[in-house]
Structure formats: C-alpha cells, structure tokens
Design a protein around this ligand. Structure first.
Ligand SMILES: Nc1ncnc2c1ncn2[C@@H]1O[C@H](COP(=O)(O)OP(=O)(O)OP(=O)(O)O)[C@@H](O)[C@H]1O
Ligand SMILES: [Mg+2]
Length: 584
C-alpha cells in the first residue's frame, strides 16, 4: 500500500485552497454572506438585549421598544436566508470544482494511454474517480465556507465588543485562538489515521473489483468461498480503521464544545463580576454575553469541517500526484510535432529494440520490417513473442526509444500522436464493449456514419447476417461488455467497428480468432478489398489468414527470422512436419 507523505497532503491542501480562491464569484458571495450574517447577529443580539433590559429593568413601552421586536424578527429571518445562501454557494462551488477535476482526470487518463494504465494503478484510478473526487465535495461545500466564516464573523464581533466593552474583548482575544490551536494538535494526529483508512479503502476497492470481474473463474475452480472470506477480511480492516478515524473526530468535536463552553463561562463570570461592581451596564453586559456563543460558533463549525478538509486534502494529494504524473513525457512530445503525412503509405521499422519498463528481458531485439500500402502483411509468431507489443508501439500506445520507425520519411516519434492515431483503424486483441446497442458500439468507429455505412462495415465483418437475425437487430442491447454474445459474434462486431473507420492504415490483432474456417476465409476476402490503397498489418498465426495474405513475416525471439511473399513462406513451411507448431 502506497502512502502519501504528510508534506504532500499539506501542499495539496494549499493548492486546493488556492484553486478555490480562483473561483472569485463564489468566494465573493461567501464573503458577502458571512459579513451580512455578522451584521444581523449584532442586530439580533442587540435588539434582544434591549428588549430583555426593557422588560425587566425599564418601564416597558410598546411604542418605544416595538421596533426592536421587528428588528429582532427581521434579523432572524435574514440570518436564515444567509445560512441557506452559504450552503447553496458552497454546494455550487463544489459541483463546479468537481466537474473541473473530473474532466482533468479523464484527460489525464487519456494522455497516459491504455497500455501504461494497465499496470497496478487501475484499481486506484477507479477509486480516485469514484471516491476521491467525491471526498473533495466536503472540502468545497463545508470546509471552505467554514473557513471564510471563521475569518470574518468572529473578527467583526470582536471589533464591536472591543469598542463597547474592551475587558470582555480581551477575554475573547485570549480564548478565541485556543480552539484553532486544539484543533491543529488533534488534526495532525488525525492525519495519520485518515491516511491509513484511505489506504485500506483503496485496497478494498481494487480487491472487490478484481473478485467481481473474476467471479466466473473463481466459481469454475470452486474458490468463491475463499474469495468471500478475503473480501470479508479487507472490509473488516476498513471498518476498524474507519472507527479509529471517527473516534478522533468525535473526540475533537467534544474538546471543541468544551473549550467553547468554558470560554463562554469565563466571559459570563467576568461580566457578572463587573456588573456587580457597577463597571458595566446591564444591557451592554447582556449584549456582550449573548454575542459570546456566536463568537465561538464559527470556530466550532470550522473544527468539525476540519476533518472533512483533511480527507479532501488527502484525496487531493493523490489526484494532484496523478495530474503531475510524467507530464514531461507528453510535453516533450508536444514540443516538436511534425505533421502526419496525409495518406501514409510506407512504414519502415529499423533496428527496433524494446523492453517493458521494470522488466529485464527485451521483447523486441532489433526488429526490421517494412509495411506498404496495397499489401496485406501478416506477422506470425508464437504466443508471447511480442506481436501485440510491436503493434502497440506502431500505434503510439507505447512509446519507444531504441530504434527507428519512419513513416513516409518522417520519424514516428516526432509525429503528432493524436493525428497519427486518427489515421489508424485498430482492432484490439481484447475488444471492449460499452453498455448500449450493437449499433452504438459499431458507431464508435465513426460517430457520423450513416446507416448504410454501418451496414456495409457489418457486411465486410461478416456480422450482418447474424445481427439481422437477432429479434432486435442492430438495436439489441449488449450486456456488460457484450457478455450476451458468443466469442465469434463479439469478434465480428469489433471488426465492424474497426472497418467503419475508413483509414489509410489497418492494424488488426488476431482478426480471425474465434471464427471458424469459412468465416475466416470470408473475412480475409473483405480485408483484401480494404487493403486497396491502405496499409494492412495483421497479427495472426491462423492458417487461412496467412494463406490469404500477400506477405508473411515471422517474429521469433525478438527478431524477424523470415519475411517474404506468402506463397514462398508457406511453401517452405509445408515441408516441415508440424506447421501449427512452427507458427504458434
Ligand atoms: N504491459 C506489460 N508489461 C510488461 N510486460 C508485458 C506487458 N505486456 C506484455 N508483456 C510481455 O511482453 C511479451 C510479449 O507480449 P505480447 O502481448 O506482445 O505477445 P504476443 O506476441 O502478442 O502474444 P499473443 O500471441 O499471446 O497475443 C510477453 O512476454 C508478455 O509477458
Ligand atoms: Mg498478442
């Protein structure tokens, strides 16, 4: 479990604060609400003290004191409206800010790219996306408004008290800061516990997701009970750490209440003594006494919001870590962009070496290969030889460093990656489907495709006949990740999606997998029609696919051991005993 350095949390808190301050409209609104609240508190307590003074000590005279009653009622009403405004502004600010961060997170995930995301970070990212950003909610809707109130209301009350009755003002001045000091002391302790809780939470998230996704496999191996037990264990740990955090939150709440009550009592005693001595008038004494709890209230609410603020800062630290993650990689790329050729027709791979970061072994060890337009080129090789890796490098899903890839004379490393991807129709080895109809999923290939284009792509992919036989045809809703279809049907929908995007380059990773021989032959016929004017690069070790190709290359132990016209390569292979064994 990775934990975040406390220093980083502090920095994140400052950054969240700074970013909140840049939302000037909201901040001004909150400040305005706080100042008005302070003014109506003064009006409310002043009129209350005058009314009580009049009722008990002076002659009550409705014509003289009546308007104080109206002021009192008005003040209570305005205060309620201000409390509502404050909440509303806080919530609006939080919604606004969360949307901003979500957008940024999605953009970042997109930038980092699917291949590098596949590492251990996925579970954590999902946790961030769903929960981390939600934790920022309290930071913006509770913590910031509470901080603004704490910075204004006590100050205004203190000024008035100082002016009316400075000895009480002195007591306010000494006791007021006690509360934030206590809070700080407890807060630093709570920080460690919150970090621990967050770590357990992330682990629980990732674990739960993995278990649900692998439920079928677990069931087949009869291991669902033990998976249940381990989820149970992780959840129990989460409960324990959560209770620890809550304990501290309750304790700090109690201490704040205690400090506020004791401070109010000190003011009461001090006013009482001076009242007896005749050093202060009853009405003013009462006014100051009524103000005392109002003076401490913003500190107390800030204290309870502090916990939410710490959680937000913790989540923020993780978010910012991701935002700042390897930014330089991408900036470097963006700095020297060269235009992508309009219709790339030649890709030359020269001496390409590659190993995955953190891994010792080279997957590619000096690959040399040329891909041309008007040619169906199939790369064969046993499982794990690095075929998909090579295709991902060519698609700029994985950055490469060692070797050259030249596209119509320009280096791939210098091309605008986004524009380059636009030139490629890519069939992934493991296609993903999104909730929605078959048509929606095919349309991902080209958003503005007409109905006819979708039908044409589906025919080319050998998908049209089975789709039109479904009761709802193209409107059939795909279950979670297309699970209500057979493997071959999913493959053909994925192919239709790839074909719908008309491109000068087709990269097809195992297009014939899960298809029977007849379908594979038919598919290759379609691919040949697509190949006119386009580069078609296929990864496969299936016989029909290879036989229908123009050129075959063989990848073995990180190098191309053979490359030539399909007929020649196959003829050479036919003399060997075990064709399948050689090809994969
Ligand atoms: N993200 C990754 N990080 C580290 N190693 C990886 C990663 N992806 C693949 N590998 C390793 O790189 C090697 C090549 O994998 P690759 O997926 O390119 O093989 P392949 O030829 O496409 O295999 P198959 O025919 O089974 O699809 C394998 O040994 C694999 O374990
Ligand atoms: Mg592969």
């Amino acid at each position: 479990m990775r934990s975040i350095h406390p220093h980083k949390v502090e920095q994140a808190q400052k950054r969240l604060f700074r970013e909140a301050l840049s939302l000037r409209g909201f901040i001004a609104g909150l400040l305005f609400a706080a100042v008005i609240t302070a003014v109506v508190i003064l009006a409310q307590m002043y009129s209350l003290s005058v009314i009580i003074d009049a009722a008990f000590l002076q002659e009550w005279n409705a014509s003289h004191y009546g308007h104080y009653v109206i002021i009192l009622m008005g003040a209570v009403a305005v205060r309620a409206v201000m409390a509502w405004t404050d909440k509303w502004l806080g919530m609006k600010m939080s919604i606004h800010q969360k949307a901003r961060y979500r957008k940024k997170l999605l953009k970042k995930i997109h930038e980092i790219g699917p291949v590098r995301l596949k590492g251990e970070k996925t579970g954590e990212l999902i946790g961030l996306q769903l929960n981390g950003i939600e934790k920022l909610d309290d930071f913006y809707s509770l913590y910031i408004p509470a901080a603004i109130r704490m910075g204004t209301i006590p100050l205004i009350i203190f000024g008035v008290v100082m002016w009316l009755d400075w000895p009480s003002g002195l007591v306010f001045m000494i006791t007021g800061p006690l509360i934030p000091i206590f809070m700080y002391l407890i807060g630093t302790k709570a920080g460690d516990k919150i970090r621990e809780q967050w770590g357990t939470f992330r682990r629980m998230n990732a674990h739960f997701l993995d278990t649900i996704q692998g439920m079928d496999t677990l069931k087949l191996f009869g291991r669902e009970k033990s998976a249940g037990r381990s989820i149970n264990n992780v959840s129990r740990m989460f409960r324990v750490t959560t209770m620890r955090v809550l304990k501290i939150a309750f304790l700090s709440g109690m201490i704040l209440e205690l400090a506020a009550s004791v401070s109010t009592a000190v003011v009461a005693v001090e006013i009482g003594v001076r009242l007896i001595e005749g050093m202060v008038g009853f009405q003013i004494g009462l006014f100051v006494l009524l103000l005392a709890p109002e003076f401490y209230l913003p500190f107390r609410t800030f204290g309870s919001a502090h916990h939410a603020g710490m959680e937000g800062a913790e989540a923020g630290a993780r978010l910012f870590e991701l935002f700042d993650h390897s930014d330089t990689d991408f900036r470097d790329r963006e700095n020297n962009l060269e235009m992508v050729p309009d219709h790339p027709s030649l890709i030359q791979i020269k001496n390409l070496n590659f190993r995955y970061p953190g891994s010792e072994n080279h997957v590619l060890n000096g690959v040399n290969l040329t891909l041309k337009a008007n040619e169906v080129h199939t790369l064969a090789g046993a499982s794990g030889e690095g075929k998909t890796t090579l295709m991902n490098i060519l698609s700029t899903l994985i950055p490469y460093e060692d070797g050259e890839i030249i596209v119509n004379g320009s280096s791939l490393a210098k091309l605008d990656a986004k524009r380059w991807k636009n030139q490629i129709s890519y069939l992934s080895q493991f296609s993903h489907f999104f909730p929605g109809s078959i048509e929606d999923n095919i349309r991902l290939g080209s958003r503005n495709a007409t109905e006819d284009q979708i039908l044409e792509a589906s025919r080319l992919a050998q998908a049209h006949s089975f789709i039109s036989e479904l009761p709802n045809g193209y409107q059939t809703v795909l279950g979670e990740d297309g699970l209500n279809l057979s493997g071959g049907e999913r493959q053909r929908i994925a192919l239709a999606r790839t074909f719908l995007k008309k491109s000068p380059i087709y990269f097809l990773d195992e297009p014939g997998s899960s298809l029977n021989k007849e379908l594979e032959v038919a598919l290759m016929r379609s691919i040949k029609t697509l190949a006119k004017n386009s580069i078609v690069f296929i990864l496969s070790h299936q016989q029909q696919t290879m036989m229908a190709s123009d050129r075959i290359s063989i990848l073995k132990e990180g190098v191309i051991t053979e490359s030539g016209p399909a007929s020649e390569v196959i003829a050479a292979r036919d003399t060997e005993v075990n064709v399948e064994g050689v090809f994969g």
